[in-house]
Design a protein around this ligand. Structure first.
Ligand SMILES: Cc1cc2nc3c(=O)[nH]c(=O)nc-3n(C[C@H](O)[C@H](O)[C@H](O)COP(=O)(O)O)c2cc1C
Length: 138
């Protein structure tokens, strides 16, 4: 089912970010081509090097690095599906409100494909639930 599919994995800052290594491994094993974008905070939980090695692709962590920039529009259009896992409460809130202050969010806003979220937070507070509802209503 995933053979030849282009999957864009967005990783945000959550303790569950370590599982993204396993997820990339499983997706690659299933025949998918995987590219990873991470928020800057996600890199505190799992290194871009690990995800780059497992996905066999460069990992995007910043909209611009030095004098070059990451083509978030091309990344968003490249994918057959985008999966954000884990989606931190912070990233979910930014997505729900259309914020764009990191590469993951820029790619998300450019994505022309279906986007799937795996939310991850310790406690489901009212505002987070409200944002999840808001996101689902789009
Ligand atoms: C040890 C640790 C564990 C965390 N676990 C979670 C978590 O499970 N879910 C979550 O939403 N935020 C968690 N956070 C908070 C996020 O890392 C923080 O909100 C961060 O700003 C998220 O940034 P990002 O969404 O840009 O990746 C954790 C923070 C720390 C230090």
């Amino acid at each position: 089912m995933l053979q030849g599919k282009k999957i864009l994995l967005g990783v945000s800052g959550s303790i569950a970010a370590y599982k993204s290594a396993i997820l990339v491994r499983l997706l690659v094993k299933a025949g998918a081509e995987v590219k990873v974008v991470m928020t800057p905070d996600a890199a505190h939980f799992i290194t871009p090097l690990t995800l780059s090695t497992l996905s066999k692709n460069e990992v995007g962590t910043a909209i611009s690095e030095g004098s070059s920039w990451s083509n978030h529009v091309m990344m968003g259009r490249w994918a057959d599906a985008m999966l954000v896992a884990p989606a931190s409460a912070n990233t979910l809130a930014k997505m729900a409100n259309g914020l764009c202050d990191n590469l993951l969010l820029a790619v998300y806003l450019s994505a022309a494909c279906p986007v799937f979220l795996r939310r991850q937070w310790m406690k489901t507070c009212g505002i987070t639930r409200q944002r999840a509802r808001m996101w689902r209503s789009y």
